[in-house]
Design a protein around this ligand. Sequence first.
Ligand code: NDP
Length: 311
Amino acid sequence: MTTHQFSYGGKSLPVTVLGLGPMGQALAGAFLDSGHPTTVWNRTPGKADSLAARGAARAGSVAEAVAAGPLTVVCVIDYEAVHAIVDSAADALRGRTLVNLTADSPDQARAMAAWAAAHGIDYLDGAITTPTNTIGGPHAAILYSGPDDVYATHRTALTALGGTGVHLGTDPGRAAAYDVALLDIFWTTMSGVVHAFALARAEGIDPTALAPFAQAGMGALPGIVGGYADRIAAGEHPGDRSSILSASAGMEHVVRTARARGIDTEVLGAARDIVRRAVDDGHGGEGFSRMSELLMNDLPIRRPGKLSRVH
Ligand code: NDP
């Protein structure tokens, strides 16, 4: 199934953007900047004002927006919102392509692909892994998954969004799977960032005084991520340079200081508890990268109200 009945040629392909939050606005703006006739729709219509001033066509309904061209991009808060928008326009979407750049779980992405297939809609799922200000520029990173022919058909138009689009294969959940793993890193890190500023301020340290040291420390992360990937792939976790036991002690210092300053300890306290369980299970001497395997296979995991093992 392809949208070959439409032939607009190269960059003049008309595109539709549904959802005009900060990201949807950035996507529509990038299509406009690349010369694509761009039709927009948003639940709250006022958010189309600035795009309309730049030349976008406003649609009065989702069906009207979708009918403007062969390619529709939707980008809203979650897949429930996607369904709230596109379900009523399924007939208008039939024979066209829907590219869903909304973030959600891999299972949701697969279910959305099944919905699209059932309605005769070509479907690509996607994940945007960089902020709005990158869209349209060289630093944008957008992952796609879904049928090869659908990606090939719209690849040129999608280059308007910037960076290097990467097609991860035909499993529609693949882009979302990468995305949730990357968001796992991002949000646990960002939780640490805001907690660290709170802890530092409680100790009388100005945020701007802390920032350079935080930045220097975080500059080491890319190397650590690469090293861990190699170790996890090899299944080797030497504890010679940093052990799980040592990590547990370091986490405890932070938790103790936060508690003494009346600052919430739940986030790092939870991480510390997991690491403690690894120590209790006899893994204290192994390298911290080993935690990744233990989380998958061996450690007791916390579910609401009880502690149970995966296997
Ligand atoms: P939001 O995630 O806040 O989404 C806002 C959009 O969702 C608006 O268009 C809003 O419509 C719409 N919406 C919410 N609920 C409904 C509903 N029930 N029915 C219809 N429309 C609904 O803002 P973003 O634009 O920032 O994010 C969009 C997607 O992009 C998200 O999945 C996000 O994770 C992803 N993303 C965002 C990044 C960013 O830097 N912002 C970076 C990478 C990915 P209305 O205006 O009417 O409220």
